[in-house]
Design a protein around this ligand. Structure first.
Ligand SMILES: [Zn+2]
Length: 95
């Protein structure tokens, strides 16, 4: 059988825990390593912890991101060109 007073106690304990973690355990502003999500200093730049593996992976990811951006721009440029360039060239009588 469930003991009502015990349940009440448990609930009180839980709410206390939640309150204390909210009140006293103020989380310092911090960032997380973007590779392994270890908390790191706010000033850490690039956003990785000191782990060499994370530094390497971050560098690789950044290179990939840059490449991706270039491809996106190229694609957008091509898209804009076919959208705008086609009619413009036609009106100019080039095509
Ligand atoms: Zn890391």
């Amino acid at each position: 059988m469930v003991d009502a007073s015990k349940v009440k106690q448990n609930i009180a304990k839980m709410t206390n825990k939640a309150r204390s973690s909210l009140g006293t355990g103020k989380v310092q502003p911090h960032k997380h390593c973007r590779v392994c999500f270890t908390p790191i200093k706010l000033s850490a730049e690039p956003r990785v912890c000191g782990d060499q593996a994370c530094i390497d992976k971050n560098a690789r990811d950044e290179r990939n991101e840059k490449q991706m951006k270039i491809w996106m721009l190229a694609f957008l440029g091509l898209f804009a060109f076919t959208l705008v360039g086609g009619p413009v060239l036609r009106t100019l009588g080039i095509v």
